[in-house]
Design a protein around this ligand. Structure first.
Ligand code: SF4
Length: 695
């Protein structure tokens, strides 16, 4: 047997190491610090997703096979012509947390440095943009302070809007093992009863969107009982008085918190007492926090409580955003979001645009942020964006108001899609570019604890499929910037990314991996998983950030941010009396292009079903397994009924995964509204008013 190739799972943000053979047999990598040999059901079935059947094998124009040269020449020419006629903001890229950091780097450099527009956004906008915005407001940069070990070293773990058992299974396994050894208390804050809340010491089934009220109340409570760490706060933060004033206005009493959250005063008091009494507390939060029209305030309400108590950056303490995608964090590092520049630099950082212009020798550096995902597709529909390249993502199913997104795709004058498989998005493409997939491409990803790992190839890409970074570099060269897009390998792209992180990077002193700009091809090939950024002079083991302050703000202090309470953008009423929540299942991934190939992964949930509380099911006359029509102002669908005692009355949960390719129900994205957080631009995917009718 040949030596196994060390690579990284392409699914969730845990970022598990995988040992893979060319024949697709694989197992967890015992040497990878994230998983230490464990894999979840999805990861363990990766070898069954490597068939060439159904893959996009050749470039195509208007449905006809063509050569790479012809396809790339056409893409470059149409982008060039569109820019000449309508300006740089008339073109856009929509990329993906599935892209490797090297893919992201090249796409970002091409769009922001050379085309001259900020119009590159990523499906990570749907995943963790609110955490990015919350981190940036509080810390001065988008960084996660803690490590996975903190979940094992805590005495209290609080999971907010996270079904960790299904969405980050290996991390949940580590937490459960630690609970067995240490007796860690677990509080789950989630409107739904889930596999995660089933094992909790306390489950707070709060009203959807009321997290800010709960954590504002906690901040006010901590101040009221003298549990603010005054010395740490005075030394390392600003804004506590303003944050406390807002918290006391929102949540002056337990009874007021109870009224806003739908919890009992006793439940709230128990949670507050547990937090106040437990120094080693980690608060993990995920999509239930981020995917909200108040997502950024929810993040800051949580961060405020940790900053006020100084519980950050020390073993077993800290706020912890867990990302949904394998490389959501890597995209953040290189500017994959429309409001970022690159290497943790932003448009609004003094000196940053000029520094980036000089490093890239960029002829047309973008001067302002571009369009965020939801507004980007609106701009396609109304004609402002006339040429769009979508990479490794399927917005025809996954974006809110998916029906409207499909109209936009159909109306787009020039649409390029690079992907591995046909999807509901590729159906609209003028040009299809076949992409190399997991096991075939080479690069780096960054997981939720800031650990950079290599994805390595162990099989040949089928047909003429090529990596995304290569396609982008070819377009850059064909648009006239040959020397600036001249890389011959992902290692060369990585070296440039590393060099940029160290280039006069005064605003980001923690973020310098400039030494890796000297990495040889062999060194890149052998690169072991490592954390970035690290505090100056720290080792891997001491990789936590901010225990002694040192925030990347102009004055080195963190900000406590006032978070006035507001509920979801739209609430149930007479026409749409239920609230629709969407989310993941245990054994599926995104729009099922990969996991849908493995029959055994469908055994857990074979068909799309709408979960109703027993009382709502009875009131609707709906029976388990029967059919239910769900309608919102944006669209409708028909699904099977699942009766779930974990559902709060008045709410319905539908998985996000199914598409037209798998079921006549189509994507639930057709029903979801398009309200977005005003700071982060992240859409509210968990609170759309709907009506239901049993058929
Ligand atoms: Fe992959 Fe996430 Fe499962 Fe790990 S926990 S094997 S990264 S899907």
């Amino acid at each position: 047997m040949t030596a196994a190739v060390r690579t990284t799972c392409p699914y969730c943000g845990v970022g598990c190491g995988v040992l893979a053979q060319p024949d697709g047999s694989l197992k967890g990598d015992p040497a990878h610090p994230a998983n230490k040999g464990r894999l979840c059901a999805k990861g363990a079935a990766l070898g069954e997703t490597l068939s060439d059947a159904g893959r996009l094998l050749h470039p195509g124009i208007a449905g006809a096979r063509t050569s790479w040269n012809t396809a790339l020449d056409l893409v470059a020419a149409r982008f060039r012509e569109t820019i000449a006629a309508h300006g740089p903001d008339s073109v856009a890229f929509y990329v993906s947390g599935q892209c490797l950091t090297e893919d992201y780097y090249v796409a970002n450099k091409l769009m922001k440095g050379f085309i001259g527009s900020g119009n590159i956004d990523t499906n990570s906008r749907l995943c963790m943009a609110s955490s990015v915005a919350g981190h940036t407001r509080a810390f001065g940069a988008d960084v996660v302070p803690g490590l996975y070990e903190d979940l094992e070293e805590a005495d209290l773990v609080i999971l907010v809007g996270s079904n960790l058992a299904w969405c980050h299974p290996v991390l949940h396994g580590r937490l459960q093992a630690a609970r067995g050894e240490r007796g860690t208390k677990l509080v789950v804050i989630d409107p739904r009863g889930t596999a995660t809340s089933a094992g909790a010491d306390l489950h707070l089934a709060l009203a959807p969107g009321s997290d800010v009220a709960l954590f504002a109340g906690l901040l006010a409570h901590l101040a009221g009982i003298g549990r603010v760490d005054q010395g740490w706060v005075a030394a390392h933060t600003t804004g506590i008085n303003e944050a406390l004033t807002a918290a006391r206005e929102t949540a002056p009493t337990l009874e007021r918190v109870a009224a806003l959250t739908g919890l009992s005063p006793e439940e709230i008091a128990r949670f507050y007492a547990m937090f106040a009494a437990t120094e080693r507390t980690v608060t993990v939060y995920s999509q239930g926090v981020n995917q909200s029209s108040a997502g950024t305030d929810k993040v800051n309400a949580i961060l405020n409580c940790h900053l006020a108590t100084g519980r950050i950056g020390r073993p077993g303490m800290g706020p912890f955003s867990v990302t949904g995608q394998p490389n959501a964090m890597g995209g953040r590092e290189v500017g994959g979001l429309a409001n970022q520049l690159a290497a943790h630099m932003r448009f609004d950082m003094p000196g940053a645009p000029d520094r980036l212009r000089r490093f890239w020798q960029a002829p047309n550096l973008a001067t302002r942020p571009g369009l965020k995902a939801v507004e980007l597709f609106e701009a396609v529909l109304d004609g402002r964006v006339k040429a769009l390249w979508i990479m490794a993502t399927n917005p025809a199913d996954s974006l809110p108001r998916a029906g409207r997104v499909r109209q936009a795709l159909a109306a787009c004058p020039f649409l390029v899609v690079s992907d591995c498989w046909e999807t509901d998005t590729t159906r609209h493409a003028d040009v299809i570019l076949p992409a190399a997939g997991w096991g075939e491409k080479s690069g780096t990803v960054t997981n939720s604890e800031r650990r950079i790992s290599r994805q390595r190839p162990f099989r040949a890409a089928p047909g003429e499929a090529r990596p995304d970074w290569w396609m982008l570099a070819e377009i850059g060269r064909r648009m006239g910037w040959a020397k600036d897009f001249a890389w011959e390998s992902p290692a060369a792209v990585f070296r440039e990314h590393a060099a940029l992180s160290g280039f006069e990077n005064g605003g980001s002193r923690s973020f310098d991996i400039g030494a890796m700009a000297m990495l040889s091809d062999e060194g890149y090939e052998a690169l072991a998983p490592f954390r970035w950024p690290l505090p100056a002079g720290a080792t891997e083991e001491g990789g936590r950030l901010f225990a002694a302050g040192g925030f990347p703000t102009p004055d080195g202090r963190a900000r406590l941010v006032p978070t006035p309470f507001r509920g979801p953008a739209a609430m149930p009423g007479a026409d749409y009396p239920l609230l629709l929540n969407t989310g993941r299942l245990r054994d599926q991934w995104h729009t099922m292009t990969r996991t849908g190939q493995v029959p055994r992964l469908s055994e857990h949930a074979p068909v799309p079903a709408a979960a109703l509380s027993p009382g709502d099911a009875e009131a609707l006359g709906a029976e388990a397994g029967g059919l239910l029509r769900l309608a919102s102002p944006h669209g409708e669908t028909v699904l099977r009924v699942a009766i779930d005692p974990g559902q709060r009355p008045g709410e319905v949960f539908v998985p996000m995964h199914w598409t037209d390719a798998f079921t006549s129900s189509g994507p639930v994205g057709r029903l979801v509204g398009a309200a977005v957080d005003p700071v982060s631009g992240q859409p509210e995917l968990k609170a759309t008013p709907v009506r239901a009718e049993a058929l």
